[in-house]
Design a protein around this ligand. Structure first.
Ligand SMILES: C[S@@+](CC[C@H](N)C(=O)[O-])C[C@H]1O[C@@H](n2cnc3c(N)ncnc32)[C@H](O)[C@@H]1O
Ligand code: SF4
Length: 393
């Protein structure tokens, strides 16, 4: 549907910006992100195209304040730091920056990428999220990673010395992983951590080499009960080390949560630029879901021809909006606050929840509804998808 491209948003004027860099040095066998391997990348063409999309979105969101920028991938640490810097400088021209703007870049820990940290900092990046994934060489080999343990440790050290904030990712519930081996790995990870850690259970995604490998019996994942036990151990150890989960897979020292991701989970507005990037924009009081063309070359050609490569742009109806706010908000440990729910939907929580669906979930101690809002219990968090299905469908 047509949108008034010059309108400002009433109310909350904050905005986040996601920039997708779709290239990697190689493909990891578990990954189904929009990531591609290319022999050469024309950084100038890519920079100009990203700047064009920024300008396109800025025209529709003028006057807003940017609270975060997130360079995700793919592997954005493969961007030339001058490209990263050009995107940040252009964002600063288009929007006001919040005083404490968070500018995160996802980095892989190979030495080539770590060598760029100083230039990335000079370009304006103030937080990196490093894809460590595992702390032993056998697991890194199994995961098809291009780095080893020593490179990961060196990259973490350099990140700590270079940036005010850093985080890293680990993938657990890997084949053969026991409670005791994961406990040791996690404790070592916590000793290396800054203020934030992302801990993902290995998921086998359709269409990836791991999907075929698992079917062929090349490896066996921990059974559901063992995976739940590993999740449980994770929560306990991270709590003991002052890094509680603030979201299913994300842990932080209180106050150091990733602001960009909080915007997603609290249903805030964000611009998505780059191949396959998604956005949520409130324009003329309607929330629009946007999606860019995913294929890198198709995206580039379309931006060069039209100034942007939007594939879909849809106004979300009231029911759809309520549903997505529940789905995102219940991922957070603190859940969905009454204020956030009101700000996003104009409704009280009780008016959006069917008592016949809600009551059994409260009785089973999977959900809590109180003066703060709606949240899962630790039991509920283990079965969030089932709870959302019971609550919403
Ligand atoms: C966009 S990806 C990675 C960014 C960066 N290229 C890297 O590999 O470090 C973000 C994170 O998702 C996690 N991830 C990706 N696929 C996964 C899967 N199938 N199961 C669990 N975690 C996964 C990894 O921890 C990864 O670091
Ligand atoms: S996990 Fe990271 S490096 Fe590996 S293919 Fe996915 S995006 Fe690329």
């Amino acid at each position: 549907m047509p949108i008034d491209e010059n309108s400002d948003r009433a109310g909350d004027d904050t905005l986040a910006l996601y920039v997708h860099w779709p290239f990697c040095l190689s493909r990891c066998p578990y990954c189904d992100f929009n990531a591609h391997v290319r022999e050469t990348i024309d950084q100038t063409r890519w920079r100009d195209a990203l700047l064009a999309e920024l300008s396109y979105w800025a025209n529709q969101t003028s006057g807003r304040t940017l609270t975060s920028i997130f360079f995700g991938g793919g592997t954005p640490s493969l961007m030339d730091p001058t490209t990263t810097g050009a995107v940040i400088d252009s964002a600063a021209k288009h929007w006001s920056f919040a005083n404490d703007i968070e500018i995160t870049l996802e980095a892989n820990p190979t030495s080539i990428e770590a060598a760029k940290f100083t230039d990335l900092k000079a370009a304006g990046v103030n937080r990196v999220s490093i894809g460590v994934q595992a702390l032993d060489n056998d697991s890194l080999k199994f995961l098809g990673r291009g780095h080893d343990r020593d490179q990961a440790l060196a990259a973490l050290k350099l990140a700590e010395q270079t940036f005010p904030r850093f985080s890293f990712d680990l993938i657990y519930a890997r084949p053969g992983q026991t409670r005791s081996s994961w406990t040791n790995e996690l404790k070592e990870a916590l000793s290396l951590a800054g203020d934030h850690l992302s801990l993902y259970q290995l998921t086998i995604e359709k269409g990836t080499p791991f999907f075929a490998d698992e079917r062929a019996g090349a490896f066996v994942l921990p059974e559901e009960n063992n995976a739940a036990e590993l999740f449980d151990v994770t929560q306990k150890i991270c709590d003991q080390h002052g890094m509680p989960a603030y979201e299913i897979s994300n842990h932080a020292r209180p106050g150091s949560e990733c602001r960009h991701n909080i915007t997603y989970w609290e249903g805030g507005d964000y611009v998505g630029a780059g191949p396959g990037a998604h956005g949520r924009l409130t324009i003329n009081n309607a929330v629009h879901a946007t999606e860019q063309i995913p294929g890198p070359e198709n995206w580039l050609e379309e931006v060069e021809a039209s100034g942007h490569a939007t594939r879909n742009r849809t106004a979300i109806d009231a029911d759809g909006r309520v549903e997505e706010i529940f789905m995102m908000g219940l991922r957070l440990t603190n859940g969905l606050s009454r204020d956030v729910f009101w700000a996003r939907t104009g409704m009280e929580l009780e008016d959006a929840l069917e008592p016949r669906r809600l009551r059994p979930l409260l009785t089973a101690n999977y959900l809590i509804l109180d003066s703060a809002g709606l949240r899962t219990t630790s039991e509920g968090r283990l079965r969030l998808n089932a709870i959302l299905a019971a609550l919403l469908t």
